[in-house]
Design a protein around this ligand. Structure first.
Ligand code: GLC
Length: 751
């Protein structure tokens, strides 16, 4: 159903919540200029604009910018380069384009600046663990300033793929398992990267990726098929993209995967239909690397020309790296002249993106060699890292460490500077990474024990001896940076290598152990963590990893992170999303009752979505609602007070979940609909208010969102399984709309 139709159908929902996602149109004169350019362009020049070429590789940037490549620029044979960087080299490359080519169209320079450019910051999953969009925005802002100084225009981020299966290696690049949290993090990153006006300042064009369903890969196998219901697609996987579009993301990237057999790079129904027609999105759409040519592997195209035509018809404007548009779309146009208007449309959107960036006004408005050499911004890096750490367990108050305690630090990951940078490290340098070992220095006795890979156990005896000499053991375990990221799916996500042997040997010493988990995914650690009183999830935290972890360990800072994705007990539980339907036989702890559970495993994950502890207990008051019922166009405010009952400051993430107990279809027993991170001084009480519109309880019915008349239960608490208070209200009417429920942000106030 087209957007306009739905609006005509009397969408009674808060229409103000619906804002077309069309990106800001460029100023009038650029539109005229763009039309004039297209009228002058040859087909070869048009296909050139639709082409993005690697100017190097991630580890050898600019390495392909040779004389032949410059000649191609002069001939107008390309519109963009990726894997390039450097204020001076890019200024020269741009000069060739705007002074020595026929139509003098500026180039776009792109790179995967995912979590930092020079100052490498926590990986995106860690930033999401802060449950603070301001953290994600600050990370994007710093990355944009540094990448802008290096002459870059465009970053391929935020990755807004909801990921519920931690076997999928790219879970590290997103915001976890929930669409509402994902939507908020997407908006924040778009704002951070693009700034208030994409035409000026130290900004970068953002790119919401990978549209859509990439994280739903069957078996968590990267690039594999995704096959989800229409309702799951619209309620789980699309909303963060909708939020990114509404936030003004100036570009999107289509995903490698097929969705129910239709490759996303050729998926006209979702790209041209949903994204462009229904949502009104006008930004630039780029394919993923080589994905147009890979339509042949998918078995939907026999020749490159057919692949090019399919992608163009689907709405893909620019071809990343495959050369299929430049080399074969001409042949497709020769066979079907009806493609030519689509070519003009694609070129128009590419030129509009360049105009929106201000490149027609000033093609040299990016890059600052002096700023490019500025020192790393370690204070911001450390603050973001500190806020991303999650305290999962703290039996007996083992943490923070007691002053004067003799500490043994065990585990090679504690000394792995490279892993602090994660897998997308842009211009980050290994020597920039401060490890936990470096941060703790000679206040601890360090032993590598074992590495996360391989079978060399020769370090275990020395690790045991060090543990015996210690009062408390800090044990760094998990995965190095290369266990996660692209093409890094694992069938087994327990502890790799000989880490289990090391853990069991250290447990046998009887010393209290603090497990410090590192890596880019939630691991399946029930057995490994049995008998370990304290567990800290520290992800991959960037150049200030070590100092941030040390501050939490010593109590200089309070842990305030929460899990953005649940941690399974064993790999076999994956995927184990918290927002699941009750089923006809809800999971029952009593094994004599047949129910939806495994017989060989406790119910639910080891650590739940939203879980995280602080160094003080926080007491919650009663959840109160502003009304017992609201109309379908109404809003409701839910208020709850929280009190820090401890002696140290705490960072609490108050979470609001909703459940529709009786509806036209079965609904998850809880879904996140609001959250806020609050700092509480010792003894302090603060009041949190969430204001929601009825549209936020909408259910996807074929072609539209429907808010149904009936009861809604709200639950406030410290995690998805730690609900402290609940209250219900009624929606008195039913109405249709076209706003994804989780794309709407809840208004939050803290008093
Ligand atoms: C990769 C990734 C994508 C990235 C692009 C450019 O294959 O899938 O996320 O932005 O290629 O490096």
């Amino acid at each position: 159903m087209k957007r306009r139709d739905v609006m005509k159908a009397g969408a009674l929902l808060a229409a103000s919540a619906w804002a077309p996602v069309a990106v800001a149109a460029q100023s009038r004169d650029h539109s005229a200029r763009i039309k004039a350019l297209i009228d002058q362009m040859t087909l070869a020049e048009k296909l050139g604009q639709m082409t993005q070429i690697p100017g190097g590789r991630q580890k050898s940037l600019n390495s392909k910018l040779d004389a032949a490549m410059l000649d191609r620029v002069r001939k107008g044979e390309m519109g963009s380069f990726l894997h390039v960087a450097g204020a001076e080299p890019l200024r020269e490359l741009q000069r060739v384009a705007v002074e020595e080519s026929r139509l003098k169209i500026p180039l776009l320079f792109a790179m995967d600046v995912i979590h930092g450019y020079r100052t490498i910051l926590p990986v995106p999953l860690a930033l999401a663990a802060s449950w603070d969009p301001a953290v994600a925005e600050a990370a994007a802002r710093l990355a944009a300033e540094e990448a802008w100084a290096a002459g870059l225009h465009w970053t391929f981020t935020p990755m807004v793929d909801v990921a519920r299966d931690p076997r999928w290696g790219r879970v590290v690049e997103g915001a976890g398992e929930d669409p509402y949290l994902g939507a908020r993090m997407a908006e924040a990153q778009v704002k951070g990267f693009q700034g208030a006006d994409l035409a000026k300042g130290q900004r970068l064009m953002a790119c919401a990726k990978h549209f859509v369903g990439y994280g739903a890969a069957i078996g968590g196998r990267d690039y594999d098929s995704a096959d989800v219901s229409d309702r799951t697609l619209n309620e789980v996987y699309l909303p963060p993209f909708h939020a990114a579009a509404r936030a003004g993301a100036a570009s999107f990237m289509t995903a490698f995967n097929d969705l129910g057999g239709v490759p996303m790079t050729a998926n006209a129904a979702l790209v041209r239909g949903t994204l462009r027609d229904n949502w009104g999105y006008q930004g630039l759409i780029v394919s993923d690397w080589n994905a147009i040519k890979e339509l042949i592997n998918h078995g939907v195209a026999e020749t490159p020309a057919q692949a090019a035509a399919l992608a163009l018809r689907a709405g893909v404007d620019m071809d990343m790296a495959s050369g299929t548009y430049s080399e074969h779309l001409g042949a497709a146009v020769a066979v079907d002249a009806g493609l030519l208007p689509l070519v003009d449309q694609a070129v128009g959107r590419i030129l509009a993106a360049k105009a929106r960036l201000g490149l027609f006004d000033d093609p040299f408005g990016f890059g600052d060699p002096a700023h490019e050499k500025a020192p790393l911004n370690r204070p911001v890096a450390r603050d973001l890292a500190r806020r991303s750490i999650v305290l999962l367990r703290n039996e007996g108050g083992l943490l923070p460490l007691k002053p004067g305690a003799k500490v043994g630090l065990i585990g090679a990951l504690a000394d792995d500077a490279s892993s602090t940078l994660g897998s997308w490290r842009a211009r980050g340098q290994i020597e920039d990474g401060v490890t936990l070992r470096a941060a703790l220095g000679d206040t601890v006795e360090y032993q590598p024990g074992v590495k996360p890979r391989g079978s060399d156990g020769s370090g275990i005896p020395a690790a045991i001896d060090a543990a015996k000499r210690a009062d408390v053991v800090l044990l760094a375990i998990g995965e190095d940076y290369d266990f996660t990221g692209e093409a890094r799916s694992y069938a087994e996500i327990g502890l790799a290598g000989l880490q289990i042997a090391l853990v069991e040997a250290l447990k046998a010493t009887g010393k209290p152990i603090v497990a410090i988990l590192m890596g880019g995914r939630p691991l399946a650690l029930e057995k490994a963590l049995t008998g370990i009183p304290a567990v800290l999830q520290t992800w991959l935290l960037g150049v200030e990893s070590g100092p941030a972890i040390a501050e939490i360990l010593t109590g200089k800072a309070s842990p305030g992170g929460r899990l953005p994705i649940g941690m399974p007990r064993v790999t076999g539980q994956s995927p184990i999303p918290y927002a699941h339907l009750p089923t006809g036989r809800p999971a029952n702890p009593d094994l004599s009752v047949d129910s939806a559970r495994y017989r060989d495993m406790d119910i639910g994950p080891l650590f739940a979505f939203g879980h995280g502890l602080g160094y003080s207990e926080v007491k919650y008051g009663e959840l109160s609602l502003s009304a017992a019922e609201i109309p379908v166009t109404g809003t409701l405010t839910a208020t709850i007070s929280i009190t820090n009952t401890g002696k140290v400051a705490v960072e609490e993430v108050v979470q609001l979940y909703a459940n529709d107990p009786v509806a036209s279809v079965s609904r998850p027993d809880r879904e996140l609909r609001g959250f806020v991170r609050v700092t509480l001084k010792p003894g302090e009480t603060r009041k949190v208010s969430f204001t929601l519109s009825a549209a936020q309880f909408g259910i996807w019915q074929p072609g539209k969102w429907v808010v149904e008349k009936g009861e809604i239960k709200l639950m406030a608490g410290a995690s998805s399984t730690d609900i402290r208070s609940e209250a219900g209200f009624r929606i008195t009417g039913t109405a249709a709309g076209d706003m994804p429920a989780t794309s709407i942000a809840t208004r939050v106030r803290v008093a």
